[in-house]
Design a binder for this molecule. Structure first.
Ligand SMILES: [Cu+2]
Length: 165
């Protein structure tokens, strides 16, 4: 009963705050997961194309016992990860979840996932917005993909002229 009242209050709360990012303005790119035995970490880019801020509150998966949003902090060269209560996605910005940065941890996977398998994951944003993902499991040494193409293919101008012998 209390729970029902509470969720009703939250629903009202959501209605009372119209200044929230729209569902379609939130885009998730390049999601991938690393899995080790029954636990895994999920990385992705979350882009907020709206003029209003968004917030990732939590994530869930039907095949995991527990899912947590984590940040990694460094103190004197020691990296530690800890759960955070929410991840702000500022208006018009992209937040990158990557190894040694923000990530989503899944604990107690029901079935062993192999490379190439998909991990069902739901992102829960403020305002009742949900995003359902099927996150591909990548090899443990996979590096995040960078879509912002750096041009490493610098054409060397042909300067081999004028060597007068
Ligand atoms: Cu973690």
């Amino acid at each position: 009963m209390i729970k029902a009242v509470l969720s009703f209050a939250i629903a009202l709360c959501g209605l009372a705050i119209p200044a929230m990012a729209e569902e379609d303005a939130l885009m998730v790119h390049d999601a991938w997961a690393k899995v080790s035995f029954k636990n895994g970490a999920v990385y992705m880019n979350i882009h907020n194309g709206d003029t209003k801020a968004a917030k990732l509150l939590k994530a869930s998966s039907p095949i995991a016992k527990r899912v947590e949003v984590h940040e990694v902090t460094e103190t004197d060269g020691v990296f530690k990860m800890q759960q955070i209560n929410g991840l702000d996605i500022p208006a018009g910005e992209m937040v990158v979840l990557k190894p040694n940065g923000y990530h989503i941890m899944v604990f107690g996977l029901q079935n062993m996932l192999k490379v190439g398998d998909e991990l069902p994951l739901t992102l829960h944003f403020e305002g009742g917005i949900q995003k359902q993902l099927a996150v591909e499991v990548k090899p443990i040494d996979h590096k995040a993909t960078h879509k912002h193409a750096h041009d490493h293919d610098h054409e060397t101008p042909n300067n081999h002229q004028g060597h007068g012998h």
